[in-house]
Design a protein around this ligand. Structure first.
Ligand code: ADP
Ligand code: MG
Length: 275
């Protein structure tokens, strides 16, 4: 790198990795209107680890994930109680800006959602504008390259950075969304069923990407794919909502133990596909 560029890069620290951070949810309860969907859920999501949230549809996994980066409050009828700590600081502290929570805790959704008409390059840096992060032109090029490398997409798109994001395959679009999340150097990446809309090959590529990424960023993933949970995650939490009750965590722990020797019979049934 030319000296001047390196100096600037060190100045802004933008291309440096953010320090690893863990997340802790404490007594999270959530409502839509007067319908309670989560009841006092606590979970420690340690730094540098992939945590999988598993459980049947409708038990509150997505709601829980959205609470972890303050997206729940975007729903007008939604309310919540409890705390979400990132390295000990509550993201719901009124003194903390919403944009700071969003910058440090990125999110990737089930359906890849790049801006389809926007170029691949502009998609990667789109989050910078939204979060008001200023980056010089040279640095932006560097950032785009490093994020696309981290997302495992660089080699496939380096010659067509100016083509629209919507022209990529589904799996590539999902990796573009991962690159876009990484551009604001998050400390945590939340992924809500990131492979559910993808074919097995793309799924494998994304899993490999996650396993690389987790050295830099803490990952929390919702998945219905039990093999995937076992392949990628260090720990799992099993969510369940029984008979009209709000959802909660039945059991959590090391992935191997959850699948090999679960404590609760409901966990056993779920991970073994017994209905
Ligand atoms: P999961 O991701 O585990 O399938 P969700 O978190 O999406 O579960 O949903 C949990 C419960 O909250 C469900 O009963 C669902 O119908 C309800 N819910 C989710 N989103 C909304 C919303 N925007 N408005 C009202 N109810 C919602
Ligand atoms: Mg969901």
């Amino acid at each position: 790198l030319p000296v001047s560029r390196r100096a600037r890069r060190e100045q802004t620290g933008l291309l440096e990795r953010a320090p690893l951070a863990g997340l802790e949810a404490r007594n999270i309860s959530a409502w839509f209107g007067d319908h309670q969907v989560l009841d006092r859920v606590s979970l420690d999501m340690p730094a540098g680890v992939i945590t999988s949230l598993i459980g049947p549809s409708g038990c509150g996994k997505s709601t829980f994930l959205r609470i972890l980066n303050r997206m729940h409050e975007l729903v007008p009828s939604a309310s919540l109680a409890g705390e979400v700590l990132i390295e000990g600081t509550d993201i719901y502290d009124p003194a903390r800006k919403l944009v700071d929570a969003r910058k440090s805790i990125g999110m990737v959704f089930q359906k890849p959602n790049p801006f389809p008409a926007m170029s691949i390059y502009d998609n990667v840096v789109a989050g910078l504008k939204l979060t008001g992060t200023k980056v010089g032109r040279d640095e932006r090029d560097q950032l785009v390259e490093s994020c696309l490398i981290k997302a495992g997409l660089w080699n496939e798109v380096r010659d067509r950075l100016r083509s629209p994001g919507g022209g990529l395959s589904g799996g590539q679009q999902q990796r573009l969304c991962i690159a876009r999340s990484l551009a604001v150097t998050p400390q945590v990446l939340l992924m809500d069923e990131p492979c559910s809309a993808l074919d097995p090959t793309s799924t494998r590529v994304i899993e490999e990407t996650m396993l690389e990424l987790v050295n830099d960023v803490t990952i929390v993933i919702v998945t219905h794919n039990m093999q995937q949970a076992q392949r990628v995650s260090t720990q799992c939490a099993f969510f369940l909502a029984s008979q009209g009750q709000p959802g909660g965590i039945v059991e959590h722990g090391d992935t191997e133990a959850m699948f090999g020797d679960p404590i609760d019979s409901r966990t056993y049934d779920y991970v073994n596909g017994v209905f």
